[in-house]
Write a protein that binds this ligand. Structure first.
Ligand SMILES: Cc1cc2nc3c(=O)[nH]c(=O)nc-3n(C[C@H](O)[C@H](O)[C@H](O)COP(=O)(O)OP(=O)(O)OC[C@H]3O[C@@H](n4cnc5c(N)ncnc54)[C@H](O)[C@@H]3O)c2cc1C
Length: 255
C-alpha cells in the first residue's frame, strides 16, 4: 500500500508516522513544513486534557495520545510535554459538562476531582474566583510544545524511512456540529479526508493517527460520529457545542 498524506500539521504528521510504523509506504506533503507558523499546529504550546463531557470517543483518543507524547518528549533533547495538570474554573450554573466527563475519565483510569472554592483560594491564590461556581482539578493533563512536537513527529517518521515533500492542497477546519470529519472521498476512495480538528488536534492527534492507520491498514470502521453524512440531518449537535451555544450569553467557552 502507498499513501500520500497532505499536510504535516499534527494530524498529518501523526497519521504519516503511524502508517509508516505499520509498514506502509508513506509520502508526507506540506506547503510550508511541519508545525509552521501559518498552520493550526504552529506556535509554542497547546493543552492536553481528558474532559470532553459525554463525548467519550474524545476522552479515549486523548488517553491513547498520552504515551505517545511522553515517549516523544523523552526521546527529544528538549521537553515537549509537561504534565502540569489542569484547573477547570466553571462560571456557569450548570457544571454538567465536567460532571458528564467524570465517568469517561474514570473508565480510562484517571480522574477529575472537584475542589472547594475555599481550598482553591488557598492553593491558587492568584486567581480571581469572583464569578466561579465550581473548580475542578484534572491531574492527567498538561502542556505540549506545539510546533516542536510536529517537527519531532516528522523526524520520527523520517527515521522510519518516511519521505517528506513540498506540495499543496486546501482544507476547511471546523464542522457544523463541532465533531470531526473522517471520510473516504466520494469520488476517489483512495483519498481519506480528515478535518474539523479545530481546538483539539493535539489532544487527540496521536490517538487519531493510530485510528487512521487501523482504518487504512486493518480495515477498521470509521466511527459513525465522524461520518460527514451526519451533517445532512438537523438533529445532531454535539453536547460540547450545545454547552457553548447555551452559555453564549456569558461568552465563556470551554476551551
Ligand atoms: C490558538 C489556538 C489554540 C489551540 N489550542 C489547542 C489546545 O490547547 N489543545 C489542542 O489539542 N488543540 C488546540 N488547538 C487546535 C490545534 O492546534 C489544531 O487542531 C491542530 O493544530 C490542527 O492540526 P492539523 O494537522 O489538522 O492542521 P494544521 O496544523 O493547520 O496542518 C495543516 C498543514 O497543511 C499544510 N497545508 C495547508 N495548505 C496546504 C496546501 N495547499 N498544500 C499542502 N499543504 C498545505 C500547512 O502548511 C500545515 O502544515 C488550538 C489551535 C489554535 C489556533
Amino acid at each position: 500500500m502507498k499513501v500520500a498524506v497532505v499536510g504535516s500539521g499534527i494530524w498529518g504528521a501523526c497519521s504519516a508516522y503511524h502508517l509508516k510504523k505499520a509498514g506502509v509506504d508513506v509520502e508526507l506533503y506540506d506547503m510550508w513544513g511541519a508545525g509552521n507558523s501559518r498552520s493550526g499546529s504552529g506556535g509554542a504550546s497547546r493543552i492536553i486534557r481528558l474532559a470532553y463531557g459525554d463525548d467519550k470517543i474524545y476522552t479515549e483518543l486523548t488517553d491513547n495520545s498520552f504515551n505517545f507524547w511522553e515517549e516523544l518528549s523523552n526521546e527529544s533533547e528538549r521537553k515537549l510535554y509537561d504534565e502540569c495538570g489542569m484547573l477547570w474554573l466553571v462560571s456557569q450554573e450548570d457544571n454538567s459538562y465536567i460532571e458528564k466527563s467524570k465517568k469517561h475519565i474514570k473508565s480510562v483510569g484517571h480522574n477529575i476531582e472537584e475542589i472547594s472554592i475555599k481550598d482553591a483560594k488557598e492553593k491558587y491564590p492568584l486567581i480571581n474566583y469572583e464569578d466561579i461556581n465550581n473548580v475542578y482539578y484534572e491531574k492527567k493533563a498538561g502542556a505540549l510544545m506545539a510546533s516542536r512536537c510536529c517537527k519531532n513527529v516528522v523526524r520520527k517518521f523520517k527515521k522510519k524511512g518516511g519521505k517528506v515533500f513540498l506540495g499543496e492542497v486546501k482544507i476547511d477546519e471546523n464542522s457544523l456540529d463541532g465533531n470531526f470529519i473522517m471520510n473516504f472521498h466520494k469520488k476517489n476512495e483512495n483519498v481519506l479526508v480528515l478535518s474539523g480538528s479545530s481546538g483539539h488536534g493535539f489532544k487527540l492527534g496521536p490517538g487519531l493517527g493510530e485510528m487512521v492507520k487501523n482504518i487504512l491498514v486493518y480495515d477498521n470502521k470509521i466511527p459513525e460520529g465522524f461520518d460527514i453524512n451526519r451533517l445532512n440531518t438537523d438533529k445532531t449537535v454535539s453536547q460540547y457545542y450545545n454547552a457553548q451555544i447555551k452559555y453564549q450569553e456569558k461568552k465563556r467557552l470551554f476551551n
